[in-house]
Design a protein around this ligand. Structure first.
Ligand SMILES: [Zn+2]
Length: 412
């Protein structure tokens, strides 16, 4: 196996204990909350520096309020003082020290967002989607009100703006009457509370259990829950909600709009991209892999995946299946053939078992990732960013779920 540009990222180190990312990571978080991000002006500056900045040039829609409008930037909650043990973080670390990556294929990107940082588009009929080019929500415009599926905080107050834009044009009521949660994660439903109390929230039973434990005012508890299936009928429209077992999270559900041949399932498939780190932090990786087949058993043409800037196709699901299958095949081969002797020689004498396995597993993951990176370069965005992390997750699942332990298997 060759070494390549991924060395620079040291991304096979999920523990973040390398020199480059070590003590600065918690410090960065503390500096972020304790530092200057608290004001609306700072928040706007942050948005301009990040995703919003690169996409302001094209596709601007007329008639929106300016980014400086009163609701454009909710101030971050005040943070307490940084813990004494956290060292000061220098925000001036030069960007030039960060690694380069392969270009993202043009086909990985979606439509340009408007001057307020969102794009809203019709999927089919009365079904729409909204994106900020990194997160996605979906909504149904019915004769009785709007059914919104997920409320990512990254889109936040642009959700009601996007909905108003559509319902002003079609003459249907613009009030959100129903809010469906795909799962409990804050990054997909953290803007739930901006729709107030007078909305029916629908989620899986496990989502309610998780939210009850978290006690988060931004994520009010669901009013309606279900275990296996739930049919939501509002104003002549219908959504079929279903839980098919754990995948990304224990509570992650499928939302099907049969009339519009559209499926929404979040944090499982990333159209045009490799999955986010650790195969999207899968809590049940075999379940996440099975969720691809489950998705394909539904009848649909359009996938709303909750992430990245464009809608998905059935070909996107099949391509990601092949990517993960290649990681599994590569991981299995490396686990069965990789010689751990150098790690044992280096650390066994010190009695440090953790050091042996940290370096053995990271080396296995890197070796498993290399040919997969080569194969999918130019086909999927971020392949050289997160494939080592994804390989680490796949290798862990092969070992713990499937018993592929190579030289660490049942002792002869
Ligand atoms: Zn999630």
């Amino acid at each position: 196996m060759t070494t390549d540009a991924t060395d620079a990222t040291d991304a096979t180190d999920p523990t973040g204990t390398t020199e480059a990312t070590g003590p600065s990571a918690p410090a960065a978080a503390a500096a972020h909350t304790a530092g200057g991000a608290g004001s609306a002006a700072d928040r706007r500056a942050f948005l301009r520096r990040t995703g919003a900045a690169g996409v302001l040039t094209a596709g601007a829609l007329a008639g929106g309020t300016a980014l400086t409008g009163p609701a454009a930037a909710a101030p971050l909650p005040a943070a307490g003082p940084a813990p004494a043990a956290v060292p000061a973080h220098s925000p001036a670390r030069p960007a030039t020290a960060l690694p380069d990556y392969a270009p993202v294929p043009a086909s990985s990107h979606g439509p340009a967002v408007n001057s307020q940082g969102y794009y809203v588009g019709k999927i089919k009929g009365n079904l729409y989607w909204v994106t900020d080019s990194n997160y996605q929500a979906m909504f149904l415009s019915t004769t009785e009100g709007v059914v919104l599926i997920d409320a990512p905080p990254a889109i936040g107050h642009n959700l009601p703006r996007a909905i108003a834009e559509v319902t002003r044009a079609n003459g249907r009521p613009g009030k959100v009457t129903h809010l469906v949660h795909t799962h409990s994660h804050y990054d997909h439903i953290g803007a739930s509370s901006i729709f107030g109390k007078n909305v029916t929230r629908i989620a899986h039973t496990e989502t309610k259990r998780l939210l009850r434990a978290l006690k988060d005012p931004d994520r009010p508890l669901p009013d309606v829950t279900f275990d296996d299936r739930y049919t939501l009928k509002v104003g002549g429209e219908r959504l079929e909600l279903a839980h098919h077992g754990a995948n990304h999270t224990p509570d992650n559900i499928f939302v099907h709009a049969p009339a519009y041949r559209t499926l929404m399932v979040v944090d499982v498939v990333f159209p045009g991209w490799v999955p986010f780190r650790g195969v999207s932090f899968s809590q049940d990786l075999p379940g996440s892999i099975a969720a691809h087949d489950t998705a394909l058993r539904y009848s649909w043409d359009t996938l709303v995946s909750g992430h990245v800037g464009r809608l998905g196709t059935r070909a996107d699901v099949r391509l990601q299946q092949r990517y993960i299958a290649d990681l599994e095949a590569s991981g299995r081969y490396v686990l069965e053939t990789f010689d751990p002797t150098p790690f044992l020689q280096r650390y066994a004498g010190t009695g440090n078992n953790w050091a042996i396995f940290k370096h053995y597993l990271e080396a296995v993951a890197k070796e498993a990732a290399d040919p997969v990176i080569t194969k999918y370069l130019g086909k999927l965005g971020g392949v050289d960013v997160f494939t080592p992390d994804n390989a680490y997750a796949v290798v862990t699942s092969l070992r713990l779920d499937h018993g592929v332990l190579g030289p660490f298997g049942i002792r002869p």
